[in-house]
Design a protein around this ligand. Structure first.
Ligand code: TXA
Ligand code: MG
Length: 334
């Protein structure tokens, strides 16, 4: 928990148009006053993120959705009441009063109430919305500690509110409520299974369009190049992982193995096997820390076997697949 004085300081920095790194239950965000266009523009510059990539607006529990969105479907209110504060981001039609820079020029808005005591205290004290993407440089692994933020953005952020390590460890689930049926644009901290049980019907994932382009326009965070460590991520099966690790070692590479698909046998001695937790929640919570750790230890390649993509592991599988995407031409991804 941050000190009260830090909450007050963070709110002052936001009011003055500054950037504050905020802890949330998912990952750290790089926040600015959502009503201050100049401050929001600076987020894009600091992250190195194209201005067409929309941000999430974080609001206090007491905030009125009407300040941010219009034409709000009844389901949005039900979902908000059930899952906020929490790792669920809702896409709604934007209130015309919200600056377009926040939404990357789109007429829809992403909004959530984060479930972290310091973020909630800051939002109440600040009194407005905080526009915040994850506090990493564009395309890199999201930060889950204040030290991660410092490593990525030190000097470019005016204040870092240290709220300890993030409990969920992967980003929020993005649920689009602007179409005829709810759709998950990004799997995250609230599982598809839980949302389906709550809404009482199946929920589609993605745009239903096979080309990556439409997804990138709708939710650019879904770019294949996102969430990458410096090391190359190589997806394998339990049948091919050992041979892949051997091949990489023989090419003179430093090799780590992330055995998410269960115990692997026959791994070569030179490969470092990472300690993947047995529980899904812990796998998600530790994922980015492990990827950052592998970079710190200068591994060239991480050989990954994926868990089954259900529950929280859907988010883990999504991020690892994207991390593997563009650097693995064999995958045929763009
Ligand atoms: O857990 C999280 O969601 C974290 C914490 C800080 O809240 N934030 C986060 O922000 O992951 P960011 O900017 O890294 O990812 C936001 C995602 C992007 O994929 C973006 O394209 C999508 O949300 N998004 C934002 N507004 C959108 C909109 N109007 N329509 C569709 N997708 C949107
Ligand atoms: Mg991000």
């Amino acid at each position: 928990m941050a000190e009260r004085a830090d909450i007050i300081r963070a709110a002052e920095v936001l009011k003055a148009g500054g950037l504050v790194a905020i802890p949330t239950e998912t990952v750290y965000g790089l926040g600015a006053d959502a009503r201050n266009e100049t401050a929001v523009r600076r987020i894009f510059r600091v992250k190195g993120r194209p201005e067409t990539h929309p941000l999430i607006v974080h609001v206090a529990r007491s905030a009125g959705l009407d300040d941010w969105a219009i034409g709000i479907p009844p389901e949005a209110h039900r979902l908000a009441a059930a899952f906020w504060p929490g790792p669920l981001t809702l896409i709604l039609r934007k209130n015309p009063g919200v600056p377009l820079v926040v939404t990357g020029g789109q007429e829809t808005i992403a909004i959530r109430v984060p479930n972290h005591p310091d973020a909630l205290a800051l939002l109440e004290h600040f009194g407005g919305g905080i526009a915040a993407p994850s506090a990493n440089r564009f395309g890199r692994v999201s930060p889950t500690t204040a030290a991660d933020v410092r490593e990525d953005l030190d000097g470019d952020v005016d204040f870092i509110l240290d709220g300890g390590p993030c409990a969920v460890g992967v980003e929020s689930t993005i649920l689009d409520l602007t179409g005829p049926e709810p759709r998950i644009l990004r799997p995250g901290g609230v599982t598809r299974e839980v949302l389906e049980a709550f809404l009482g019907r199946p929920i589609a994932i993605g745009t239903g369009v096979s080309s990556g382009e439409a997804v990138q326009t709708r939710a650019p965070g879904m770019l294949d190049s996102h969430y990458s460590p410096r090391a190359r991520v190589r997806l394998e099966t339990s049948g091919t992982a050992a041979a892949a690790a051997r091949e990489e070692l023989e090419s003179g590479h430093r090799v780590a193995v992330w055995p998410g698909g269960g115990l692997l046998t026959g791994l070569p001695r030179g490969a470092t096997v990472l300690d993947v937790p047995a529980k899904a929640a812990e796998r998600a919570q530790s994922l980015y820390t492990m990827l950052r750790g592998a970079d710190r230890e200068r591994f060239d390649v991480i050989v990954v076997t994926l868990p089954e993509a259900s529950g929280l592991d859907a988010a883990v599988v999504d991020r690892l697949s994207r991390a593997a995407g563009p650097k693995n031409p064999a995958d045929g991804k763009s």
